[in-house]
Write a protein that binds this ligand. Structure first.
Ligand code: KG4
Ligand code: ZN
Length: 336
């Protein structure tokens, strides 16, 4: 029963990240090189720029992860890497790097689904956590309610029919002049606003589905702002932010709790960048207490894109014998 050390690499969007993780739970190092400064100039991630920046950063990021973990490539048991979903050019940088290492060192390559990575961040945060549980995955690119039956076994119970939750945060933030990335800024500004000031719509599907739609609430905010501007009326940015945030959080919490009832589980994990939202965390805990459901979430650094979560997911895939061939390709729209 030897310890398994995995070197994990993540480059699916705008963070170049590498980590060393032991047995899927213990993080020896977690290095993240963010490109946020460059993309901020454009108000969002520019795919071609992201690919180039990954190429520039990856060698140093991997070396730093090894150094901080106080290990060499010889000590590593396997290489884990995100192969989707994400931006194809960005994914390819991490994937090719990982394949090169795997081939040169003759060590197993493990392909990791980025969404499974986000969910697995909870295994790092909660050492005793084991499936089954329900997970709400909310990030800039994804919004899913997933039932995790066992390690590596997922049933998607609901998803967004249009925008991802984080995407809606980013778009509304831009509209009220908060800039990119909008989520954390809306979170901060909302603390000074009244969440009941404006009634924004909550999309609700009447077919017993746990799906989401966020383009409606986004449009409602844009219309509200346009009307106010046309009439030369004052816009209280804090109130708009808080009311919008509450509308999004309400449906996330409702559907997440409903999913727990459907699958009869008493614990729910949150994952992805939006899982660091303070209103979502508070509302989930409050509803969880009422319904007898334990609410789990990773610390902030494990919520947004990082490689430690990829190292955790890679370990459980490794244990199942899911070793990837060196022909593994990037899959931009990879499903769970
Ligand atoms: O998981 P992540 O780093 O990247 C993706 O895989 O998409 O998530 C980034 C998203 C962005 O849309 C960002 O605005 C959002 O997470 N986000 C937040 C908060 N922190 C990050 N949204 C709401 N509140 C936050 N505190
Ligand atoms: Zn992500």
């Amino acid at each position: 029963n030897e310890d398994i050390k995995i070197l994990a690499i993540e480059s699916s969007c705008d963070e170049t990240a590498a980590a060393v993780v032991v047995n899927g739970r213990e993080v020896l190092s977690n290095v993240i090189a963010s490109q946020i400064d460059i993309h901020t100039k454009f108000g969002g991630v520019v795919p071609e720029v992201a690919s180039r920046k990954h190429i520039e950063a990856i060698s140093a990021v991997v070396q730093e992860a090894l150094d901080k973990a106080n290990v060499t490539l010889e000590d590593i048991d396997a290489i884990g890497v995100t192969y989707g979903p994400g931006l194809v050019g960005a994914l390819l940088v991490g994937l090719q790097y990982a394949k090169g290492l795997s081939y040169a060192l003759n060590k197993p390559l493990i392909g990791v689904n980025h969404i499974e990575g986000h969910i697995s961040a909870n295994f790092i945060e909660y050492k005793e956590l084991e499936p089954p549980f329900v997970c709400l995955v909310v990030s800039g690119g994804h919004t899913f309610i997933v039932y995790m039956k066992d390690y590596g076994e997922f049933e998607v119970l609901g998803g967004t029919r249009d925008d991802a939750a984080g995407e809606a945060f980013d778009k509304v933030a831009r509209a009220i002049g908060l800039g990119y990335p909008g989520g954390p800024k809306i979170d901060r500004v909302s603390k000074e606003g009244n969440a009941d000031a404006i009634k924004f719509p909550r999309a609700n599907f009447h077919d017993n589905s746990l799906d989401f739609s966020f383009s409606g609430v986004k449009s409602a905010v844009l219309n509200y702002l346009n009307n106010k501007e046309m009439r030369n009326e004052e816009i209280v940015r804090e109130d708009v932010a808080a009311s919008f945030q509450k509308a999004v959080v309400d449906v996330l919490v409702d559907n997440a709790m409903e999913a727990c009832k459907k699958r009869k589980v008493d614990k729910i994990a949150i994952a992805g960048g939006v899982a660091s939202n303070s209103c979502l965390r508070e509302s989930m805990i409050k509803r969880g207490e009422k319904e007898g459901i334990r609410v789990l979430f990773p610390s902030m650094i494990l919520c947004t894109d990082n490689a430690a979560m990829i190292g955790s997911a890679a370990y459980f895939e490794y244990k199942k014998g899911n070793i990837a061939p060196l022909t593994l390709n990037a899959i931009p729209n990879l499903k769970l």
